[in-house]
Design a protein. Structure first.
Length: 778
């Protein structure tokens, strides 16, 4: 029972593979087993012949039969095993068969030795029986160690009867022999148990190693990196599948024992690396320090990059890790390119241009040699972008950059600074005249027509030029050219201007103005003046236009013409415009109900996303009815985002606010605007009044006024300064309102209230101008 439980305990920890190996060990070497059975049979025959004892003959016969059957059984088992036909349950059955055979044989052996010792007094017979039984059992310890409990039962069955027979003989020597037998059998039992333990331990260890090796194999072959390992002798020890794949190695090279140079040579032949890189890689494998290199395929079509990492091992040899870094390298190259080049035009960008200039400025120039930096800004580009759309704008920028490239010599270079700004660096010139010549050519060439998507487009260019001086930095040069450009634009665009020191003062002045403006808004230093618009029909003030004024302690009264463009450039106009709108609405509620307020909106302010809610809010907080608010926009507001503009105007119109088109006649004066947008009023600019006493401008003014009136819009003429002007415009009755110094200059809020009270208090239908206080209100 103890054997069985021991066996059970051992089996519990055993894997099926170890169990099968133990059973298999029972069936090893049928030859010696057959020889042993034959020897035992001969010995039994010898004892039968020598003693003449008839009982011994059946024993001899049984030994032959059982021995032969066991040998046949063993051969059968081995055939099945070699043919891989042994399942786990079949193996268990074969164990049972072995057990029956082994026990049967041991029993016959035991019975024979008992009979030989007890039936015969012949010492030779005793000697043969004892020797053969002991020898057989000794041999059994070596055969049956895999299943020691079978062997232990065999000992009981074979040696038990022999020991009993020796004891029954009774002589002291035989008793001693019996004792020796017991000791011998006990030690055999011990040996066989130990043998099994050692066998199982060895097998478990091997199994663990195999499992570990398999896990490593799986890990190695499933890792994204290629890996190979060279031993201290420089021969290949390990290589994973990914390495072969990446290096495009032929199968026959991957046998352990291939040298590092064999492998590297195969990589070169496969086109995975160049011969030069092959030599570097070989040197790195032998090197004692960790290192990394990146190679590109010598077969350029693949354009693949491989990263090789070499890690030397303690005691010699190296591990080589291979990674395909093509995508990463391409992404890096793209990022680097994007960081230094403009994506649209493929020209260098601001960063790379600046770096390059910085580098060039450090190179000593030959005596008398100069360089010039030309800051080019396109004129009217925004209009093209707004009217024809961004894709056309993009094509135009590409065409401009191509023209610039074509104009330059190889040593010059050009970059795009963003938007419609380009910068040219002209090298090795003799004088300012060379820079001026190039600038003129650029202005002329860029102003030639472009054909973009069946549109003929014309733009202009303004250029600021800064010449290099000894020790000047790239930033200063750029800043100077920028200032010169500012001047060129102020001079009327389509021209160029050289940087002069005085320009710096202008820019400084502008910077101070910007700072002051910010402060002014925060401190509410602004004020609104109001200028009346007089109805030509009733002679009364119908509307007052709010006009911005800034009373600066040092600057004095600053004109909105100077404030608004700067505020627009600074992006301050949105906040400023919000303040103006609210202030004007709050003022208007104090006026007679028939008088409206007109507020000027600059394009930037008009295109802010929440213009509608801004207007609603101003009306809400002031309590002003929407029909008393007029918003004055200029044509440039209509130029941008046409659909969006249309929608916003419609929404404003829908809530009851009136829209009036200011300064008509100064810009494009496109009649299509009058037709396409929901406008209620057109204000004809005072420039129309110049030379009004001659026929042509008057006809023009009347034509525009009639057309606007026909389209259902009321017409205002701005800038009326004289009675003659007033009479001329009022003749045919198409002009509904007039505005100008003749009636009143823009006046502070308190003054306009007085004027309104005065004008709305009196009534006179006969002379409208008397109704407003005798032509001049102010
Ligand atoms: P605008 O909207 O066309 O305003 C009329 C301008 O003409 C005013 O100049 C006004 O003083 C001037 N003016 C009126 N009648 C006469 C006249 O009979 N003769 C002459 N010579 N001038 C006359 P101001 O106030 O200097 O404003 C100039 C421009 O600044 C305005 O032109 C408008 O475009 C802009 N602006 C003024 N205030 C604001 C504002 O609050 N917001 C925005 N966005 N722009 C404003
Ligand atoms: Mg206006
Ligand atoms: Mg105007």
């Amino acid at each position: 029972m103890q054997l069985a439980s021991q066996n059970g305990y051992a089996d519990q920890r055993m894997s099926p593979a170890i169990h099968a190996a133990l059973i298999n060990s029972l069936f090893q070497d049928p030859g010696p087993m057959f020889a042993g059975a034959l020897c035992a049979a001969i010995a039994a025959i010898m004892t039968a012949v020598k003693s003449g004892d008839l009982y011994l003959w059946p024993c001899a016969a049984l030994l032959i039969i059982v021995g032969a059957l066991r040998s046949l059984d063993m051969r059968h088992y081995r055939r099945l095993r070699d043919a891989n036909q042994l399942s786990q349950p079949a193996t268990a059955r074969w164990e049972m068969r072995y057990q029956i055979g082994a026990m049967a044989y041991a029993l016959v052996l035991g019975v024979w030795s008992l009979a030989a010792v007890l039936d015969s007094r012949d010492p030779v017979v005793h000697l043969i029986a004892i020797t053969v039984t002991l020898c057989y059992m000794s041999a059994g310890a070596g055969r049956t160690y895999g299943r020691p409990w079978i062997f232990h039962v065999q000992i009981l069955l074979a040696c038990g009867p022999l020991t009993v027979a020796l004891m029954l003989d009774g002589s002291p020597y035989y008793l001693g022999m019996a004792v020796f037998c017991v000791l011998f059998f006990l030690s055999l039992k011990h040996i066989s148990t130990n043998l099994q333990k050692m066998f199982v331990q060895a097998f478990v260890a091997r199994e663990g190693e195999t499992a570990l090796a398999n896990q490593f194999d799986t890990a190695l072959n499933n890792m994204p990196h290629g890996l190979c390992m060279f031993g201290a002798d420089g021969r290949l020890a390990v290589m994973n599948y990914r390495f072969c794949q990446m290096a495009a190695l032929p199968d026959d090279i991957i046998h352990s024992g291939a040298s590092a140079s064999d492998i590297v040579g195969a990589c070169v032949s496969a086109g995975s690396i160049s011969a030069v890189n092959g030599t570097i890689i070989l040197a790195q494998i032998e090197h004692t320090k960790a290192h990394n290199i990146v190679t590109t395929d010598s077969d350029g079509r693949r354009n693949r990059s491989l990263s090789w990492t070499f890690q030397p091992m303690d005691g010699g040899g190296a591990v080589v890790l291979l990674e395909d870094v093509t995508e990463r390298r391409q992404a890096e190259a793209r990022i680097t390119h994007l960081a230094r080049y403009d994506e649209l035009t493929a020209l260098p960008n601001r960063v790379s241009f600046r770096d390059e200039i910085e580098r060039l400025l450090t190179i000593r120039q030959q005596d008398g040699q100069l360089s010039a930096l030309l800051f080019v800004d396109l004129d009217q580009f925004k209009q093209v972008n707004d009217t024809l759309g961004h894709p056309c704008g993009d094509q135009l920028l590409c065409a401009v950059s191509q023209r610039l490239r074509d104009m330059l010599r190889p040593e010059d270079f050009v970059a795009r600074f963003g938007g419609d700004e380009f910068v040219v660096f002209q090298r090795n010139i003799r004088s300012n005249d060379d820079a001026a010549t190039l600038a003129r050519r650029i202005v002329d060439h860029l102003s030639e027509r472009y054909k973009i998507d069946n549109h003929l487009v014309e733009i202009g260019a303004s250029i600021g030029i800064a010449m290099t001086t000894p020790g000047i930095s790239a930033d200063t040069l750029l800043k100077n050219a920028d200032m010169a450009l500012y001047r060129a634009k102020a001079d009327g665009r389509g021209t160029f201007c050289f940087f002069r020191d005085e320009l710096a003062q202008t820019v400084e002045a502008r910077r101070t103005l910007e700072l002051d403006l910010r402060k002014a808004l925060a401190n509410e230093e602004f004020e609104l003046f109001y200028q009346p618009l007089v109805s030509l029909k009733s002679g009364k003030i119908s509307t007052c236009e709010a006009l911005l004024r800034w009373n600066h302690p040092v600057r004095g009264t600053v004109s909105p013409v100077d404030i608004i463009p700067v505020a627009e450039d600074m992006g301050l106009i949105v906040d400023l415009g919000r303040w103006i709108l609210r202030k004007a609405c709050l003022e208007c509620v104090k006026w007679p109900e028939t008088v409206s307020v007109a507020v000027n909106f600059s394009p930037q302010q008009f295109h802010q996303r929440d213009v509608l809610s801004e207007v609603r809010y101003a009306l809400e907080i002031s309590g002003l009815p929407p029909h008393r608010l007029e918003i004055e926009i200029t044509e440039s507001s209509l130029l941008r985002n046409t659909q969006l503009t249309h929608d916003v105007l419609s929404q404003l119109h829908a809530i009851g606010v009136r829209i009036s088109l200011d300064d008509f006649g100064t810009g494009y004066s496109s009649l299509s605007y009058l037709h396409n947008f929901p406008l209620q009023k057109v204000k004809i600019d005072r420039s129309f009044l110049e030379g009004i006493d001659s026929d042509r401008p008057l006809t023009l003014l009347r034509g525009v006024a009639r057309l606007s009136a026909d389209l259902g819009m009321s017409v205002v003429v701005e800038g009326i300064e004289t009675n003659e002007q007033l009479e001329l415009i009022s003749v045919d009755g198409t002009v509904s309102e007039a505005q100008g110094y003749l009636f009143s200059r823009p006046v502070p809020a308190i003054r306009i209230r007085q004027l309104l009270n005065a004008s709305h208090g009196r009534q006179s239908d006969s002379d409208p101008f008397l109704a407003v206080g005798g032509r001049s209100l102010g």
